[in-house]
Ligand binder design. Structure first.
Ligand SMILES: CC(C)(COP(=O)(O)OP(=O)(O)OC[C@H]1O[C@@H](n2cnc3c(N)ncnc32)[C@H](O)[C@@H]1OP(=O)(O)O)[C@@H](O)C(=O)NCCC(=O)NCCS
Length: 334
């Protein structure tokens, strides 16, 4: 990049200055850089690439590696007065370089430990998720193009609502479910039952990763995340998060395969919504987003039919992937 910016991975000491440059729900990740050095843990490893003008922080790209060492880009930000100078593209380029080095090393350590150091270290993926037709979409697309990300594939539809959704007639139509079913707050469920769901041994059975109740567990909203029980066993859930102080995200609604079609999903969702819009929570968090995955056409139909009229905005979220072959320098590790 031409210009006066310095682009580099941040140290823990520098990271605090960059807090305002990402979403509130990701800021805590900037406090975790200290354990990252040469991290052999790999999982939940944070990547923070900063841009400086002299000593002034002017841009941040934040990303997170999951347990399988694939990386999600969480946010890209360039300070307003410096936009259009190639800063975001340069940060992404640096992220790819840094990821290649760090993931390569972690993978190398894994292979050495497992005694399979001679094997092909394989590849990993960097994923960017963003909404189409947003004011930033065009810029994000060009930035991803610059690093050779694959074309976008559809992921989910996002419905954005405000307090008007309190007027939905369905809210007063679906209340109790009858025995043996019961809807209770997720936080009141026996932890042993939740563990059975986590290990796949519960009555909920298998569920797609995107509907897991175990993502972002530290930010699950306790006030209106609900569990559906059958004779005390978890068979469904409506899990919400609070990504911003004024917004509740309805992240996953799931009912077990053997009880679909019994009309249980709507009372479950309505109980979550009532606890949001009919309580004090509606004042603190008047906004709501509903995330409906393309892998779940029944839910998309249901939410479209019942929520679209009360949605201020409906956008399509897509993902783009960059697959990177790992060139491990195994000889250095042996
Ligand atoms: C999106 C954002 C990060 C771009 O930062 P930037 O430093 O201005 O981007 P760059 O200068 O590296 O531009 C990269 C490409 O995007 C294009 N671009 C930048 N801003 C654009 C805009 N508003 N509309 C269309 N294209 C744009 C540039 O022309 C360039 O394309 P090119 O390489 O084909 O010439 C910046 O606008 C920003 O911080 N916005 C607020 C936060 C945000 O919305 N982040 C994205 C979601 S997390």
């Amino acid at each position: 990049m031409d210009g006066p910016f310095i682009i580099k991975p941040l140290t823990q000491h520098e990271a605090a200055l960059f807090m305002p440059m990402t979403y509130p729900s990701y800021r805590h990740l900037l406090m975790r850089l200290s354990d990252e050095k040469m991290s052999e843990r790999g999982r939940n490893s944070v990547f923070a690439i900063g841009a400086f003008l002299g000593l002034l922080p002017v841009g941040l790209t934040l990303a997170l590696a999951d347990a399988s060492l694939d990386i999600d880009i969480l946010s890209i930000y360039a300070a307003r007065q410096f936009r259009g100078n190639g800063m975001a593209a340069a940060m992404l380029k640096e992220l790819v370089l840094e990821a290649r080095g760090r993931i390569g090393k972690m993978r190398g350590h894994q292979l050495v430990r497992s005694g399979s150091a001679g094997e092909d270290p394989g590849s990993f993926r960097i994923r960017a998720i963003y909404e189409k037709e947003h004011h930033f979409s065009q810029a994000v697309e060009r930035i991803l193009d610059s690093q050779g990300f694959e074309p976008s594939t559809p992921r989910c539809t996002v419905f954005r609502c405000d307090s008007e959704m309190g007027q939905m007639p369905w809210l007063d139509m679906y209340f109790d479910v009858s025995e043996p079913f019961r809807i209770i707050p997720w936080i009141e469920v026996d932890p042993g039952e939740i563990e059975l769901v986590r290990t796949g041994n519960g009555e909920a059975g298998e569920f797609p990763q995107e509907l897991s109740p175990f993502s972002e567990t530290d930010r699950i909203e306790p006030s209106n995340s609900m569990a559906l029980l059958r004779s005390g066993k978890i068979v469904g859930w409506s899990i919400t998060h609070r990504p911003m102080p004024d917004t509740i995200r309805y992240s996953s609604i799931f009912v077990a395969a053997d009880i679909r079609g019994l009309g249980l999903a709507i009372p479950l969702l309505m109980e979550s919504i009532r606890r949001h819009v009919r309580t004090e929570m509606a004042v603190q968090a008047p906004k709501a987003t509903f995330v409906v995955y393309h892998t779940n056409p029944e839910m998309k139909r249901m939410v479209s039919r019942r929520m679209a009229r009360y949605s201020k905005e409906i956008t399509e979220s897509v993902e783009r992937i960059l697959s990177i072959a790992i060139n491990c320098i195994l000889s250095l590790l042996l």
